[in-house]
Design a protein around this ligand. Structure first.
Ligand code: ARG
Length: 461
């Protein structure tokens, strides 16, 4: 049954009805729709817009519908136009005229703007919780491998020595910011649009503060046009999710590289890898690849939302019904990715010997060799040039800086003595980088403890 039959002489064309309907994707907001209606009815009763006893009856009816939906005795009608229509129709079927009073001083425009916010606010909290779980895994990995030297890269060329723990904590920082972005988005969307009506508010004496507080909002929205017509909260959340997916995608790319035979820095657990139907030797990092791949669709969700909104005049336009599939897909995708990614990371085996071997091979202590000369009084630019020549000499002789004989060093500068070998040892190079934010083992342990503390604090809030 349509909510808007009065003016029309015919039923909506069947195909058009299907095209127009949003029930297939907005029914997931049933709980929020009902909670919103309960708050609205309670407020209408308190303000004397409807009779108090009738408001109570409506609330009981709505509670009954919610209970029946949750225990499975009531199914959502797939033919309903949308979730709002379905709930109101069901209420009216149960209560008669009282059900028909629920929509007093309300429009589906402020109702859907409310449901979206209530639903997404909950999902933000859930995603933040998942990210906290991921960060705790990273902290543990970092602690376990705080002293394991690996090559740090620029241009995917071995650059300077770092620790595996430091690498893990880099992602820890990114995911902490992702949590903060999710929380920001949730905080900004936490205003109640109910009372904005279709676009121009209402003449009924509503207590909008009351509805807002019943639903846990920080307050009501302050402009009726804005309340019903912006979807910036969807775009902002989609942007936060897309950024988080990009972080996961870069991490996934590294996992894919690291478990290749070319690197072999890690080995994924069998439970989180897949095989090939033809090549018996294969063990593939499908989970990481899927996370990387799904990042594309989430970026698409964000792009879709931005593009859908950019030309819309105020206030509500039906285009905006398209907000839901995009933002739901973004939320669901990140949720699914984190569900698979975190245990994959948790169970991966780290192979420090292989990292150490790679670190020993790429002249990644060349900067430290130059710094050694600087320590002996040489200007850095000269030290840089001499070290470059030493590296070229090593390449010719198939040596490393560690194995190059002292006479060879001395040919390039008299400042070199035996102590150079200690100065360029990888452990020293790494552990000397204790500057705030550096990869030294002691920093990694301190950072892991700090980040764990932040996550635990965040959990309490
Ligand atoms: N299903 C609609 C949506 O998601 C609900 C709002 C309908 N409002 C309207 N004026 N047709 O946007």
């Amino acid at each position: 049954m349509k909510l808007w039959t009065g003016r029309f002489h015919k039923d909506l064309d069947k195909t058009t009805n299907d095209f127009n309907s949003s029930i297939s994707f907005d029914s997931r907001m049933a709980r929020e729709d009902i909670r919103g209606s309960i708050a609205h009815a309670t407020m209408l009763g308190a303000c004397g817009v409807i009779d108090k006893a009738e408001a109570e009856k409506i609330c009981d009816g709505l509670e009954g519908i919610l209970a029946d939906l949750e225990n499975g005795t009531l199914a959502i009608d797939p033919e309903a136009e949308d979730i709002h229509t379905f709930v109101e129709g069901e209420l009216t079927a149960r209560l008669g005229d009282s059900g028909k009073r629920l929509h007093t001083a309300r429009s589906r425009n402020d109702q859907v703007a409310l449901d979206d916010r209530l639903y997404l606010r909950g999902r933000c909290a859930e995603l933040a919780e998942q990210l906290r779980g991921l960060i705790l895994v990273l902290c543990r990995k970092a602690e376990e491998h705080s002293g394991d030297v690996m090559p740090g890269y620029t241009h995917l060329q071995r650059a300077q020595p770092i620790t595996f723990g430091h690498h893990m904590m880099a992602y820890g920082e990114m995911f902490l910011r992702d949590i903060s972005r999710l929380k920001d988005a949730a905080r900004r969307m936490n205003e109640c649009p109910l009372g904005s009506g279709a676009l121009a508010g209402t003449t009924y004496p509503l207590d909008r503060e009351m509805t807002a507080s019943l639903l846990g909002f920080s307050g009501p929205t302050h402009n009726s046009l804005d309340g019903v017509s912006d979807r910036d909260f969807c775009m902002e959340l989609a942007a936060a999710i897309a950024i988080c997916m990009v972080h996961l995608s870069r991490f996934s790319e590294e996992i894919v590289l690291w478990c290749s035979w070319e690197f072999k820095f890690i080995e994924l657990d069998d439970a989180f890898s897949t095989g090939s139907s033809i090549m018996p030797q294969k063990k593939n990092p499908d989970i990481a690849e899927l996370v990387r791949g799904k990042t594309g669709r989430v970026v698409g969700d964000l792009t879709g939302l931005l593009t859908m909104m950019k030309g819309l005049p105020l206030a509500y336009n039906k285009d905006m019904q398209e907000d839901k599939e995009a933002i739901f897909d973004a939320v669901d995708t990140l949720h699914m990715c984190l569900k698979a990614f975190t245990p994959m990371l948790d169970t991966m085996r780290v192979l420090p010997e292989n990292m150490r071997k790679a670190a020993a091979g790429g002249f990644i202590n060349a900067t430290d060799c130059a710094d050694y000369l600087v320590g002996k009084g040489m200007p850095f630019r000269d030290a840089y040039r001499i070290t470059g020549a030493l590296v070229a000499c090593c390449i010719d002789r198939r040596e490393t800086l560690e194995t190059l004989p002292l006479e060879e060093y001395k040919k390039h500068s008299e400042l070199f003595d035996e102590s150079v070998y200690d100065a360029i040892s990888l452990e020293r190079c790494v552990n000397g980088r204790k500057v705030l934010g550096g990869p030294a083992s002691e920093n990694v342990l301190r950072e892991a403890a700090r980040v764990r503390g932040l996550v635990e604090q965040d959990e309490k809030e």
